[in-house]
Write a protein that binds this ligand. Sequence first.
Ligand code: DGY
Length: 321
Amino acid sequence: MSKKPVVLVTRKLPEAVEDRLRRDYDARLNPDDRLYTSDEVIERASGADAILPCHTERFSAQVIERLPDSVRAIANFSVGFDHVDLEAAKARGLVVTNTPDVLSDATAELTMLLILGAARRASEGERLVRSREWRDWSPSFMVGTQVTGKRLGIIGLGRVGQVTARRARCFEMTIHYHDVRRLPPEHEAGALFHETVEDLLPHCEFLAIHCVATPETHHLLNAERIALLPDGAIVVNAARGSIVDDEALIAALKSGKLTAAGLDAYNDEPNIHPGYRELPNTFLMPHIGSATRETRDAMGFRALDNLDAIFAGREPRDRVV
Ligand code: DGY
């Protein structure tokens, strides 16, 4: 019987995914779900054929350079791959894969939660009820922003963006979008294309960020661009924190330029900018866009499908490098 490939799994994965890992691989699991340092990842990868990490482990050029020679692939348990230096991986001959599609519904659901939570002041309301500070009902109490019928701008009408657009249409929202190129009509589904982010922003009563985090999109939402949004707009981000300039967003939330923000992704997670916590008009979630039982299983199986292909000498479905 041939030896099973050795796979280092950096985080605790769903039961069914770990069962399949144990069945098909010589799996080095992390039952305590401890966050490994880069040095620990490198050490534990000794003799491993592949690593199955999450976005919580960073594979910088320096880390990739120090990985044991035995490692052939990084099969991410994530759609995002901004935690991997792709150039360095390519130079080293590593195969890198991700898990697209399977988390689009869950992330779009969470985006709708951010839109609704920010617009209807869900954090403030919940705090009032839990702290017993809720006194009475009045016509002027906890008045928020109606979502139904508003204009939603989406930066990045990819897989998640398109599902968000579909869900938002149930709220009779009109969809505007910017992407690097215009999508075919069947993917646009009536969404109005804008050539540049600058063209899009003045139309956005709500803005949802769904683009990929790259050097080009770093701090894409900065003070100059926020100024182009209509006064009172609401911004939500379930993609990556690096796309937003925290100082600029916080200043706009403080000044009243923006009514509210709903965030699930931050710079330097989990040590987020303290300004977000201090503001009443932020609705904050701890990076849980894909955190449903169904989706986490599907992400694990998709990562394993990719590994299976790599070790069977086939092209993995979700190769990014
Ligand atoms: C993703 O898949 O990119 C999610 O943000 C979790 O990493």
